[in-house]
Design a protein around this ligand. Structure first.
Ligand SMILES: Nc1ncnc2c1ncn2[C@@H]1O[C@H](COP(=O)(O)OP(=O)(O)OP(=O)(O)O)[C@@H](O)[C@H]1O
Length: 267
């Protein structure tokens, strides 16, 4: 821990959220509570509404009904940048970072936290130089936490797929979030990269005390990392509980986990 470590994050409370796209109800009365400092997984088959839920949490999608609160603050009608400023950062399923070095991209992630104005930075006034140095120090720490320390000077385009996915994660961390929304953080990775990223996510929770909401199809990762699991099916909440409770829930086995869960139990 360090003095930038956020205090205990506030509860993220999602109540009765409904989202409709034309005739389709993508989320239908979804509620979940993310306990401070926990990993809360959101799982379900393709089209269950997981990404839509993330879009609501990060302000990209406005629900027809329901509310999202972070501590005492209502997030539901806020713009994405306001929600990010309040401490909710996200990654996306697809890699969006393709240019510049790892350090460049992480410094961009710090931009929203800069206090020195454009003129002070352009003129390299002492205050701006000091702030820049502090951001660089923090970028180095975050790169270390995410396993990117030795890649800081590398162009992102030359990194392995797994490292590029972790650049997305590190960039979200550069906002110093209290809640981190991870949308399929290991999708497309090989087994070694998955294990590495799972270790990084576990360390983040332990070292930064973040609340993490995790959307992931890799059930092994979900079962290993999550404290709580909410299962969606056709936009509706199907089950909620610990990983062990959810993996034994007959409705969940029928609707979603099926062979995967049984295969995992056999390991
Ligand atoms: N912008 C949109 N316009 C219309 N329908 C949409 C839109 N976004 C999502 N949907 C529909 O809403 C439903 C939920 O989609 P969503 O992407 O949230 O599911 P998901 O659980 O994240 O699926 P996946 O695991 O495949 O990413 C789907 O039927 C999808 O086709």
């Amino acid at each position: 821990m360090n003095d930038r470590t956020p205090a205990v994050p506030p509860v993220l409370d999602v109540r009765d959220v409904t989202v409709r796209f034309a005739g389709l109800t993508a989320l239908d009365g979804v509620s979940l509570t993310v306990t401070p400092g926990s990993v809360h997984a959101l799982i379900g088959p393709n089209g269950a509404g997981k990404s839509t839920c993330f879009n609501v949490l990060s302000g990209l999608c406005r629900p027809a009904a329901g509310s999202v609160r972070l501590g005492g603050t209502e997030l539901t009608r806020l713009a994405p940048h306001r929600i990010a400023a309040l401490g909710v950062a996200r990654t996306f399923q697809n890699i969006v970072t393709t240019r510049g070095t790892v350090a460049d991209n992480l410094m961009l992630g710090r931009h929203a936290l800069s206090r020195a104005g454009f003129a002070a930075s352009a003129l390299r006034l002492p205050r701006a130089v000091r702030e820049q140095r502090e951001h660089l120090d923090r970028v180095r720490e975050i790169a270390g936490l995410t396993g990117l320390g030795r890649h800081l000077g590398s162009p992102v385009a030359l990194l392995s797929y797994g490292d590029r996915k972790r650049v997305e994660l590190a960039r979200a961390l550069c906002l110093e979030p209290r809640v981190l929304l991870l949308d399929e953080p290991v999708a497309g990775m090989n087994a070694a990269e998955r294990a590495r990223t799972a270790g990084v996510i576990g360390d983040l929770r332990a070292e930064l005390g973040l609340s993490i909401v995790l959307v992931e199809h890799d059930m092994g990762l979900v079962m290993r990392l999550a404290d709580d699991v909410t299962v969606l099916d056709f936009g509706r909440p199907l089950a909620h509980g610990t990983p062990d409770e959810v993996r034994q829930d007959p409705e969940v086995l029928r609707a979603y986990l099926g062979a995967d869960a049984q295969a995992e139990d056999a390991v």
